[in-house]
Write a protein that binds this ligand. Structure first.
Ligand code: COA
Ligand code: ZN
Length: 311
């Protein structure tokens, strides 16, 4: 009988709103406002911020100012700056800005890979081999995000065996960390627990991050299932912004402040100052020009108390 994994007492939060959040917004957030916002986020105790992506500006016009953003933000000890990168050209642009981490992106399914990146998973792996070479001696941490790892909006089920084979190939290439992404909120907690158990058992030394979208309201339940399997690293997006512009039906990530609130309520240490994070979350509607799905910023923390109604 397998031993029960203890639920971790500490987790790390990787804030992805400046990348996953902004890439799908209707409004271009001016570079100075992005910088101010990321600087505010980096004082809240987040372990890592995915600040932008070095993708084709034609594909993702909202992040066409990637280099200016990375060069403009304050770098703080203990807060790694990561950027999403799809290919060698993006890697070269990212390395020129002295990022701490590059987050390579590929799909677990052919059709999403072609729609999003114009590459099959095999073609992405070829790019990654060249990228690992290019990063030698740079000291940059190389993570890879596997989109559609829990289901593809075009193809449906993505078999777990396929995901495990791709993870194996990524690790063989020298990729140091892997993020399993539920790109369009198709995962359920039982599926999440199963895949997390499988990867943690096979690759106990590899840092795995889980990236959930709340498209069908299962984001926090999926994060809980991953945590119960022993996962300690989570992507999340302030306000619950986010979504892939090339995945039909995509909508926001699991909301950072709601995730931090859940962990805090369970006495799990995220290192994040929730009050400070909520203050930054409250500025979002002004920054992006509309209301956001996050719930705790509206309801207040579960410790909030009301005066009894007067009779
Ligand atoms: N950064 C900047 N420009 C890039 C680039 C990068 N990383 N990669 C390619 N380009 C430019 C090329 O220089 C070329 O420019 P030109 O037309 O002026 O000559 C143009 O983009 C086309 O290059 P090509 O290599 O043929 O790329 P493509 O058109 O097949 O697009 C990607 C492939 C991966 C670059 C593009 O699909 C992309 O950036 N996708 C990002 C998707 C994404 O971020 N999705 C959301 C996150 S999951
Ligand atoms: Zn995402």
């Amino acid at each position: 009988m397998s031993q029960r994994t203890p639920c971790p007492s500490t987790v790390e939060i990787n804030e992805v709103a400046p990348r996953d959040g902004l890439q799908i917004e209707a409004r271009f957030v001016p570079t100075e406002e992005k910088i101010r916002w990321i600087d505010a986020l980096s004082t809240t105790g987040l372990r890592r911020i995915e600040a932008t992506s070095f993708t084709s500006p034609k594909a993702i016009p909202n992040l066409c100012d990637a280099a200016d953003v990375v060069m403009g933000i304050q770098r703080r000890t203990g807060v790694d700056i990561s950027v999403l990168v799809p290919n060698l050209k993006g890697t070269e642009r990212a390395l020129a800005c002295q990022v701490d981490e590059i987050n390579l992106v590929m799909s677990a399914s052919d059709s999403h890979g072609l729609a999003n990146l114009r590459m099959t998973p095999e073609q992405s792996l070829e790019q990654f081999a060249a990228i690992v070479d290019a990063c030698q001696d740079s000291g940059v941490f190389i993570n890879a995000s596997l989109s559609t790892a829990f289901g593809c909006p075009f193809e449906g089920d993505v078999p777990e065996t396929r995901v495990l084979r791709l993870v194996e190939q990524l690790i063989a290439l020298g990729i140091q960390g892997i993020t399993l992404c539920d790109t369009t909120g198709m995962a359920n907690p039982v599926q999440v627990k199963h895949l997390c158990d499988a990867v943690l058992e096979r690759w106990p030394q590899t840092p795995f991050t889980l990236h959930f979208h709340n498209t069908r309201g299962m984001g926090l339940a999926n994060a809980l299932a991953a945590w119960q399997a022993g996962i300690t690293r989570f992507d999340a997006s302030l306000g619950g912004l986010g979504g892939c512009p090339f995945a039909p039906g995509a909508s926001g990530n699991v909301c950072t402040e709601d995730l931090v609130h859940m962990f805090a309520a369970m006495d799990v240490d995220t290192g994040v100052d929730l009050d400070a994070l909520l203050e930054v979350a409250a500025t979002l509607p002004t920054l992006i020009g509309h209301e956001v799905p996050g719930q705790v910023v509206k309801a207040g923390k579960s410790t909030r108390r009301y005066a009894m109604p007067e009779r």
